[in-house]
Design a binder for this molecule. Sequence first.
Ligand code: AR6
Length: 373
Amino acid sequence: MPLEIIRADITKLKVDAIVNAANSSLLGGGGVDGAIHKAAGKELLEECRKLNGCNTGMAKITKGYNLPAKYIIHTVGPIYRGGNNNEKQELTNCYKNSLKLAKEHKINSIAFPIISSGAYGYPKDKAIEVATFAISSFLEENDMMIYLVVYDTLSFKISEDLFKDIKAYIDDNYVDSNSNFNINRGFGLIGGAGTSITPGFSTRIFIGTPNNKPDRRIPKEDGIMEMQLPSEKEALQKEPALKSIRTSSKSTSLEDRIENLEDTFSQRLLKLIDEKGKTDVEIYKKANIDRKLFSKIRSDIHYKPKKITALAFALALELSIDETKDFLQTCGYALSRSSKFDVIVEYFIKKNNYDVFEINNALFKFEEQTIGA
Ligand code: AR6
């Protein structure tokens, strides 16, 4: 996914560039600035001295020195003075100008802290909103892997009422591992690929790495429930109608069944985009899926996405809960009661709330991975 919100120490990230929330002297300070200078080493300060400072909203680039990142882009956020002093525009400019510089240096991956949200006092939830909006606008025209780094859970705010409501929904619907279901435990959605860009600190990284090899088998992914099926006799006692279904299906030849296989994920996705009267670009941008991954899905009718990718498309398409379940089934997934993530997403779909920003805030609040912006 081109924009991912992660919780990490930015100085540890192995990306092409990290962004520093600096002050106009560019000579170091506290917060993330202090952490970056400390980790990069003294040579960074030497290079910064030659830059002659930087104005609010602007950005300058240096090498990364001892950091895992190759470059550091220094930008100066606005000091928050109540919100009516052009702070929003200045903060937007920080992201815009940093990304412009990154593009000029052919940077493919970049990580931002939440600029101005510490010492400069910008309310965290508002600062995140500005950041995601500015980054999403850039991604409408450009391809880049962009991480928005959240350092603490308090950064995400949701209203008390919404929190209570979701909590109640989770309590009613979440089935933990001690239930009677035979569950494959694990964080299925956190990307079995196990790709991590941080050695250590990061608590959640969710890389939507495409599955390069098309896998035509029905997937068995962590976090998906495997229910103990009743024996055929038990089932028939409970549900006699099953008998006729079973009998009639026996008469269908294997060839017929293969011919009548349902749509694959890729086929269904393209049909749904058409049915909803949307364009491909609208949907993959809204789903926060990058263009390359989308064209892979388009060109391989047997493409098997990660569950989070499929869910991102379901939200972008604003599918109802039944449509979502049906859509997930095309790639062998289900909404699982044993995954808090799934239960929270289900909560929002049932409320017809497809605002990914709000869903992400809630997911973060409940310490789950986010779905993209
Ligand atoms: N990794 C990621 N994020 C971090 C880290 C880290 N290691 N450390 C802090 N943050 P701030 P500002 C988060 O105060 O508000 C400096 O003194 C932190 O939780 O670093 O733009 C400069 O020299 C917060 O959400 O930057 C300036 O004088 C975010 O980074 C002034 O502070 C930004 O907090 C700039 O203030």
